[in-house]
Design a binder for this molecule. Structure first.
Ligand SMILES: N[C@@H](CCC(=O)N[C@@H](CS)C(=O)NCC(=O)O)C(=O)O
Length: 222
């Protein structure tokens, strides 16, 4: 990193999108300033840096914003390409596959996961079923590999692992067991948790649970 490089991350501690970015920065060994945002009272800097979506995370590199977590990780990998290892495979086909599964996580896994705790009754049961189906598709992709793309912790792993600290909330509120349904995903998650970039980034699952219970009151009248 050039001496003049200034890296700021606008983020929220419980955001799985933000955790993905922070894990990528940690894997590359990039120092940055972390600024916690309150998405219910967004700072003028956030609105200025991400005027289109107005969402976290935002990476501000030497004053220039990069938005959307997966685009940020690709930027980090391309800009700091001298820092091994590559987060995204260099083989074009593997690269396309990795992007496909990250997109699946960012959309399908996120949306069904969110609905396990923001809904109730039949809608919640359907969300829990769909969430598990999505995880099973990922489990099939993982197979018996150490990480999603071969031997190296990379783009797909850092897209999914932030959900691990939300699993307890999804399961407890949705009343299902991820380990019973997707044991290989849990074994993979425990493997990822041994990495410093991951265990130093993920908050405690009980802290996430308290946050989720508070937020649930906004969505669901029991
Ligand atoms: N596709 C975006 C999603 C980011 C996102 O949904 N961020 C949430 C927090 S987890 C947010 O900023 N929400 C505020 C809002 O929707 O106004 C990404 O990958 O960065």
């Amino acid at each position: 990193m050039a001496a003049e490089d200034e890296v700021i991350v606008l983020d929220g501690w419980a955001s799985m999108f933000g955790m993905k970015v922070r894990i990528a920065l940690a894997e590359k060994g990039i120092k940055y300033e972390y600024r916690e945002e309150n998405v219910r009272n967004k700072s003028s800097l956030l609105l200025q840096m991400n005027p289109v979506h107005k969402k976290i995370p935002v990476l501000i590199h030497n004053g220039k914003p990069v938005c959307e977590s997966s685009i940020i990780v690709q930027y980090i990998d391309e800009f700091w390409n001298d820092k091994a290892p590559l987060l995204i495979p260099s083989d074009p086909y593997q690269r396309a596959q990795a992007k496909f599964w990250v997109d699946f996580i960012d959309n399908k896994v996120y949306e069904t996961g969110r609905r396990t705790w923001t809904t109730k009754g039949e809608e919640q049961e359907a969300a829990s079923r769909q969430f598990i189906e999505n995880l099973k598709l990922l489990e099939e992709q993982l197979g018996d590999k150490k990480y999603f793309v071969g031997e190296h912790f990379g783009f797909v792993d850092m897209g999914l692992i932030p959900y691990y600290c939300w699993f307890y909330s999804f399961e407890t509120i949705g009343k299902f067991s991820i380990e019973a349904e997707c044991p290989k995903i849990i074994a993979w998650a425990k493997r990822c948790m041994q990495r410093e970039s991951v265990f130093k980034t993920l908050p405690d699952e009980k802290r996430v649970f308290e946050f989720v219970l508070e937020r649930r009151k906004v969505y669901v009248v029991e």
